[in-house]
Design a protein around this ligand. Structure first.
Ligand code: GRF
Length: 205
């Protein structure tokens, strides 16, 4: 009997890549099933996450974005992802806003993780925003990517309390631990196909 086909993940990152590594570990240990990381692509040549992917013998590509018009860069990204036969695009600290053309190339097939309970605190430094605002609950959100920043349909969220002594660093560390639970779980849910989207609501089936 032939093994069932694995769904192919394309991971995009710009930085340290702890979410990518955690997803790779989840696949290796069987916590996340039915998929493989088919490529890791970075817009930053010396991103530590890219090196980590290389060290794990994963297929890596650098498609530098600096100084390249967004449409041109995104066209290269889409072409690379299509070449690798990617089923689901995973943004894991990919610090670029995707063009509408990119998003339309993978309809409902791009996930992002954001370190806040959206719709609160979109954009950069979400953990510091939460702290400065005086939020008492913080967390992370995995969502489908649409054309607005940190906005698409929410797949899942995980919440934690903000502690009195928290700094942006300590809060970020505790949120990151939740991210590492949330992202593999959300990927598994989406890969299963057992859900429907009604308006903005993700409904598990
Ligand atoms: C994470 O906090 C994620 O929520 C945000 O970017 C950060 C990436 O961290 N989108 P890492 O590179 O995965 O460690």
């Amino acid at each position: 009997m032939t093994a069932p086909l694995k769904q192919r993940l394309g991971v995009l990152l710009s930085g340290r890549g702890s979410n990518f590594l955690n997803i790779a570990d989840a696949i290796e240990t069987g916590r996340l099933t039915g998929c493989e990381i088919a490529c890791v692509i970075s817009n930053i040549a010396d991103a530590p996450g890219l090196q980590a992917a290389h060290d794990r013998d994963l297929t890596t590509e650098t498609i530098v974005s600096k100084g390249v018009p967004r449409a041109e860069h995104d066209a290269k990204m889409v072409a690379a992802l299509q070449q690798h036969g990617i089923d689901l695009v995973i943004l894991a600290g990919y610090m670029r806003v995707l063009s509408p053309e990119f998003i339309r190339a993978f309809p409902d097939r791009i996930l992002n993780i954001h370190p806040s309970l959206l719709p609160s605190f979109p954009g950069l430094h979400a953990q510091a925003q939460a702290l400065e605002y005086g939020a008492t609950i913080a967390g992370c959100t995995v969502h489908f990517v649409d054309e607005a920043v940190d906005h698409g349909v929410i797949v899942l969220q995980r919440a934690i309390p903000v502690l009195d002594g928290d700094t942006a660093e300590t809060l970020s560390t505790r949120i990151l631990a939740e991210e590492h639970i949330a992202y593999p779980d959300a990927i598994q849910r989406v890969l299963s196909g057992r859900y429907a989207v009604q308006g903005r609501r993700y409904i598990a089936r």
